[in-house]
Design a protein around this ligand. Structure first.
Ligand code: DGJ
Length: 555
């Protein structure tokens, strides 16, 4: 028995190293064969407070999916690609691990990263890589063993009782430099392998950083700094009066102190990476809005909504602060979009829940808050959550709504991003007890009525629509399960509107491909179907003595 186990062990070692060697030789081949000119590097641009992510020089919208925490390994990824195809996503967010990439100080193993990039490229997917390193969900579980085991060299934070916790100290240059050195090596490697392809479009250094369990580091060195003056650069960036942390930030002093040092720490790492390969970089937040909002109950020092200005001041190398939203209530979801989508911060939601509510919520993020991307968390079929009974369900029940969104939206990305840029896109969706919604545009009002064929209390809420105002009398509607009716705005001199044309179609390489004209019954009922549809609508205002009181559909 022992001998058999040993043989199996040797065999699995052989297989693993074989896969690594294969990936490395594929990577070497790709590098030497490559003479193609590199497309422009991905970057974020902002105009009039609206943000666009450019990939290959073109506006891009991340219709993404994120893997589970321990799934950035070939054994899991290989089983996940077919599921990603079904989801129609254009981007995969995958963790890459410091502990895996630098198993011994200064010795790097990029074989798994190479395979990931080459496989994603084969699948025609872009990658956002999540650097699980010093910080992951307010702890430091993903640092290499040689960091974990040597707390003298790589010190931890102390909590209020003076006990060390499993969170690296942000004040230690040793910690920061070790992480930055590894991250820089990763970025240099990605550049060597991927520059001509730009498979990797964005990096997330760290994950939901902060300290869980304490509002700040209580080590003597940290306490001394905490009782000192707030750095002048921060005070002036925030337009505050000088003073100690407690004087400047009052009850939020400990959290502000932690955020400043965390933002500076991650900024250093991001800058070190950008020196090698300047991809856009973002940091994601474990939000404070789901509990009492007390720092330490959520990781203290992360880019929570009350700390965004500190991150902007202390982290100029961080291109945006992203928000992970699992709230299943649309008002809370919208409130968070409102907080993170700012003129100085592009909205990106790298993690959301799955299922129908989030299929609607993605529309809000894209249509009303100009998100540069969204992604449900937990796409891979094999993961470690023992409570998740949905595990056994098929993709179509868990992710159906999101897969349908992506199928519909993906070809329309050039139009959607141009409407976002022009500030001409809106979203609306069915919510509990919300069966109708009136949207206002420059010349017309649009009444949306959810449900197919009619709105019913208690049924699954699938009605959702993006509405783009493409011209004074022209609209594009992209959505599901929604009836629509236009009226000229009050005071326009017109009392009703007639359809000049309603075209159903899609886009191929950014060009409109008409499938058919809608007329007769289709226009009479004016309903976006459950499968989802894109319509281009041309209208004309009508002057009439009497008011048009009859809707163009019956409920
Ligand atoms: C948020 C984290 O950022 C993810 O890595 C993952 O742990 C999810 N929570 C799990 O729900």
């Amino acid at each position: 028995m022992l001998r058999l186990t040993f043989v199996l062990f040797l065999f699995s070692l052989l297989l693993t190293s074989h896969a690594g060697v294969l990936a490395q030789s594929r990577a070497r081949q790709e590098r030497t064969q490559t003479v193609r000119p590199a497309p422009p590097i991905p970057r974020l641009v902002s105009e009039n407070g609206n943000h666009t992510l450019l990939v290959d020089g073109q506006p891009f919208l991340i219709l993404g999916a994120q893997m589970w925490n321990s799934s950035g390994w070939p054994g899991i990824l290989d089983k996940t690609w077919p599921q990603l195809r079904e989801l129609n996503c254009n981007t995969l967010e995958v963790p890459i691990y410091w502990e895996q990439i630098e198993p011994q100080p200064g010795q790097y193993d990029f074989s798994i990263l190479d395979k990931l990039i080459l496989d994603a490229r084969r699948e025609n997917l872009r990658l956002v890589l999540l650097w699980f390193a010093s910080f992951k969900n307010g702890q430091s579980q993903f640092v290499p063993a040689w960091v974990k085991e040597n707390t003298q060299e790589y010190p931890r934070m102390l909590d209020g009782t003076g006990r060390p916790i499993q969170v690296l100290s942000t004040l230690s240059e040793k910690n920061r430099n070790a992480d930055a050195r590894a991250f820089a090596a990763v970025m240099a490697h990605i550049r060597r392998l991927d520059e001509p392809y730009r498979t990797v479009i964005m990096m997330q250094p760290e994950n939901e950083p902060g300290s869980l369990g304490t509002d700040r580091d209580y080590s003597p060195a940290a306490t001394k700094l905490f009782n000192d003056q707030v750095p002048a650069s921060l005070v002036s960036a925030l337009k505050k009066q000088p003073g100690t942390w407690a004087q400047v930030f009052g009850p939020e002093a400990a959290e502000a102190f932690s955020a400043y040092h965390m933002a500076s720490y991650i900024n250093y790492i991001a800058e070190a990476g950008k020196k090698e390969y300047p991809l856009p970089m973002y940091v994601n937040a474990w939000i404070r809005e789901n509990r009492f909002g007390r720092a330490g109950e959520h990781p203290s020092g992360g880019p929570t909504s009350n700390m965004l200005d500190i991150y902007k001041a202390a982290g100029p190398g961080i291109d945006l602060l992203a928000v992970d939203i699992y709230h299943r209530n649309y008002m809370q979801f919208r409130a968070l979009c409102e907080k993170y989508g700012r003129p100085d911060n592009a909205l990106f939601i790298p993690e959301t829940g799955r299922g129908i509510p989030f299929a609607r919520f993605h529309f809000y993020a894209i249509g009303d808050y100009n998100a540069i991307g969204v992604a449900p968390y937990g796409i891979d079929p094999f993961h470690a959550d023992p409570h998740d009974k949905r595990d056994k369900e098929k993709l179509d029940t868990k992710f159906a709504g999101i897969a349908a969104n992506y199928r519909l939206l993906r070809p329309a990305i050039p139009l959607i991003t141009s409407l976002q840029k022009a500030g001409k896109l809106k979203a609306a969706a069915e919510e509990d007890g919300l069966g109708d919604e009136l949207l206002h545009f420059s010349q017309y009002d649009l009444l949306l009525t959810y449900g197919f064929p009619t709105y019913r209390e208690g049924k699954e809420m699938t009605g959702r629509v993006l509405v783009g105002e493409t011209g004074p009398d022209e609209f594009v509607l992209i959505g599901f399960d929604t009836k629509f009716q236009f009226r000229p705005r009050l005071g326009s001199g017109f009392s009703s509107a007639e359809f000049i044309s309603v075209e159903e179609g899609t886009f191929e390489n950014g060009t409109w491909k008409k499938i058919r004209n809608w007329n007769g019954d289709e226009v009479y009922h004016s309903t976006l179907t459950p499968e989802g549809v894109i319509l281009k609508v041309k209208l004309r205002g009508l002057q009439s003595d009497k008011l048009d009181t009859k809707p163009n559909f019956e409920r």
